[in-house]
Design a binder for this molecule. Structure first.
Ligand code: KG4
Ligand code: ZN
Length: 380
């Protein structure tokens, strides 16, 4: 079954064709990052206007790249493709993110998906953006974790504990089955990606902040600092270069007895260090990254063990962070899986994968499908 997945929830325009929820036939993403970089963050009004401009070319590119005529018996179909026309004949359904996200951006993808579904008489499937991030772990890819170049074969084992860390949301979600999600914890203030973006801004690094901080941190000369972990006193910090003197020390909000996160105190602590002066930028970036990664990894492992999960799944833009991948894999007694970095950030392939499993359980949306911009991390 071939599904067209459409993602326009924020500042990326994504369209992809995925077969049976796993095999990527095409995955096209147009990013607006350069546009928003000028403003140091996403400007919703600009984002939705750019979505309007990008959506048709991106969907067209995905459909022609997927070569849907390949297995088609008809010469007519091949002739259409050669003529540069969009090929629809092999498509079985259209999946689109309708929640959560920016209202104006979501509307673009949802409107186009409805038009395609109506025009081609295809089933329409509504997908939750955060759930889609988790399903990026179902996509076939060559590489998995940075330190583990060969990908575990087959789909992830369930129940799985998903650490969903994006620009808008952070949470620990137990996935008990397809479509069966339970939120165990969420951020009480900034999302992990939002913290990366805000700290990058106060360090004078570019937007989006996550990749900029990761690059700056890689230049650090000092080793990661360590604050004792009250939640796991036995925890030994993963210090890849123990001979280096420790860098600046930053607090960790463990929020004992809860699976929630909090990153706003950390942001303020970085601001104080910047104001005090004295620490080079790479050391500040590395100390911040280490503090975020330390908490995310410890809390994900704790929740997974408590819930008897079979594995930990990384998901969302921050899952592209190689230090997070490295630390989680080194510390976790359970198998850890993560999509390749390019599939961690917003894309249409994850939407198509998620849509496949939704459709398989008989869930389709009507042409009255609406956007739900404010829906929190609670899935379903
Ligand atoms: O999932 P995503 O593409 O969009 C949302 O759903 O929000 O996530 C974007 C977020 C941004 O905050 C960005 O700074 C962060 O993911 N991010 C990273 C990295 N790459 C992207 N954070 C840390 N390290 C990275 N390498
Ligand atoms: Zn996202």
């Amino acid at each position: 079954m071939k599904i067209l997945g459409i993602e326009t929830s924020c500042d990326e325009t994504g369209a992809a064709v995925v077969e049976d929820g796993r095999r990527i036939l095409a995955n096209v993403v147009a990013s607006q990052a350069a546009l928003h970089a000028r403003y140091g963050g996403i400007v919703p009004e600009l984002a939705s206007r750019k979505q309007v401009e990008a959506i048709i070319p991106v969907v067209r590119a995905a459909l022609s790249e997927a070569r849907l005529d390949r297995e088609g018996p008809s010469h007519y179909v091949g002739a259409l493709a050669r003529a540069g026309q969009v090929e629809w004949a092999g498509l079985d359904a259209v999946a689109v993110v309708n929640r959560p996200g920016l209202a104006g951006s979501l509307l673009v993808g949802v409107s186009v998906a409805k038009a395609i579904a109506f025009g081609r008489s295809l089933p329409l499937v509504a997908v939750n953006h955060l759930e889609a991030h988790i399903y990026a772990n179902w996509l076939e890819a060559e590489v998995s974790l940075s330190t583990q170049p060969t990908r575990a074969s087959g789909p992830p084992a369930l129940p799985a504990l998903a650490l969903v860390v994006s620009g808008g949301h952070s949470g620990l979600i137990l996935m008990e089955g397809h479509g069966a999600f339970r939120t165990l914890g969420r951020t009480r203030d900034d999302a992990a990606g939002e913290a990366f973006d805000k700290v990058a801004r106060l360090l004078g690094l570019g937007f989006p902040g996550g990749p900029a901080i990761e690059r700056a941190a890689a230049q650090a000369q000092l080793g990661p600092s360590h604050t004792p972990n009250p939640a796991r006193p036995e925890a030994i910090p993963l210090n890849t270069q123990p001979t280096r003197a420790p860098g600046p020390s930053l607090p960790r909000a463990w929020l004992r007895g809860s699976h929630d996160f909090s990153f706003s105190g950390l942001k303020t602590a970085v601001l104080r260090l910047v104001q005090q002066g004295g620490w080079p930028l790479p050391e500040l970036a590395a100390a911040f990254q280490e503090a975020v990664v330390d908490v995310l990894a410890a809390k994900a492992i704790r929740a997974a063990q408590e819930q008897g999960a079979a594995c930990i799944l990384l998901a969302g833009g921050v899952a592209a962070n190689s230090r997070l991948r490295q630390v989680l894999e080194a510390r976790s007694p359970l198998p850890v899986r993560a999509p390749p970095a390019a599939l961690c950030t917003d894309n249409g392939a994850m939407v198509a994968a998620c849509g496949y499993f939704r459709l398989r359980s008989g869930e389709t949306a009507g042409l009255n499908l609406d956007v739900l911009p404010g829906q929190r991390i609670a899935l379903g």
